[in-house]
Write a protein that binds this ligand. Structure first.
Ligand code: F6P
Length: 340
């Protein structure tokens, strides 16, 4: 078979490891590969690059994606699905492997329904995809955020300050929860649980009362009980997502106003998505790639590879995109022991 590979949505560490595993195993099985550039824009525009074992030689540890990415939604562009069909036929493509999050895989599901053979691979630093226990990229993002929290704690202690660390997490607070727990945060705020700014100020005050600094981790999608998400711009992408950012700075202002203690905000932003994947993410993404090419080889389309326990399995794409995996209340309650 000639198999097209693409990466869509926000990049994350481990994408190149998936591509490498697909190409290395698939070439051994007698398949040829074509890389489509920049997510779904590649098949729409017929924009490709070569994807041989030579092309994937040094990419295992490289962050980002050698194929490029975008948030293009073919179902929002007139005639795009027909153009995908024509371009796949012109490049003699028999199947596609699409590596992405809920948006990219949602498109993969619709294209499968429209008769195009697609195998999905889940990725996102947010770890919010249903049907898989973990996505690769998450472990790396948590490691980066935890290291930042450790570093910020020492400067917060030295200056007897409060520090608010804003991490990514649009609808799900997994990065905040895990990095906050790993970094010993004095408060963790997630999108799933609206917060009371007065309670957060109480945590900060009790830390200062003990002669300590205070460090609060907040997910970008967290919101006050009587407020809304804080947006960095009014822009909405092709999948209808607003651009978040700024809740950390807003909260730091509130803490400083109420507690009258110096407070700083740090937004980790895209630092969490960049750079080399952890060994955990390299192994998970490699295993996902191996199973994705096995599914394509079997002609088993309309599925996504997933982690269940320690096993890599195939699940229907419809299941994969049915609902977001958010932080369960009991997981948040575990962390509350350490607040304040
Ligand atoms: O990929 C998921 C994510 O990292 C979210 O956590 C974040 O809200 C969003 O992408 C940021 O997107 P962009 O790179 O387009 O600013």
């Amino acid at each position: 078979m000639r198999i097209g590979v693409l990466t869509g949505g926000g990049d994350c560490p481990g994408l190149n490891a998936v591509i490498r595993a697909v190409v290395r195993k698939g070439t051994g099985l007698g398949h040829e590969f074509v890389g489509f550039k920049d997510g779904w824009r590649g098949p729409i525009e017929g924009s490709t690059r070569s994807l041989t074992t030579d092309d994937v030689e040094d990419v295992l540890a490289r962050g980002g994606t050698i194929l490029g990415s975008s948030r293009t939604n073919p179902y929002k562009v007139d005639g795009a699905v027909d153009r995908i069909r024509e371009n796949l036929a012109a490049a003699a493509i028999d199947a596609l492997i699409a590596i992405g999050g809920e948006d990219t895989l949602g498109v993969a599901k619709r294209l499968t329904d429209d008769g195009i053979g697609v195998v999905g691979v889940p990725k996102t630093i947010d770890n919010d995809l249903g049907a898989t226990d973990y996505t690769f990229g998450f472990d790396t993002a948590v490691a980066i955020a935890t290291e930042a929290i450790d570093r910020l704690r020492t400067t917060a202690e030295s200056h007897h300050r409060a520090l608010v660390v804003e991490v990514m997490g649009r609808h799900a607070g997994w990065i905040a929860l895990h990095s906050g727990l790993a970094g010993g945060a004095d408060g963790i705020l997630i999108p799933e649980v609206p917060f009371d700014p007065g309670t957060v100020c109480g945590w900060v005050q009790s830390r200062f009362a003990e002669g300590r600094s205070a460090l609060i981790v907040v997910a970008e999608g967290a919101m006050p009980e009587d407020g809304a998400e804080v947006l960095s711009t009014g822009e909405v992408d092709a999948f209808g997502h607003v651009r978040l950012g700024g809740v950390g700075t807003w909260l730091a202002g509130e803490i400083e106003r109420v507690t009258e203690r110096e407070t700083r905000a740090v937004v980790l932003g895209h630092v969490q998505r960049g750079g080399t994947p952890t060994s955990y993410d390299r192994v998970l993404s490699t295993r996902f790639g191996l199973e994705a090419i096995a599914a394509a080889h079997d002609g088993d389309f309309g599925v996504m590879v997933a982690l269940r326990g320690t096993d890599i399995v195939r699940v229907p794409l419809s299941e994969a995109t049915a609902e977001l995996k958010t932080v369960p209340p009991e997981r948040y309650r575990e962390a509350e022991v350490f607040f304040g």
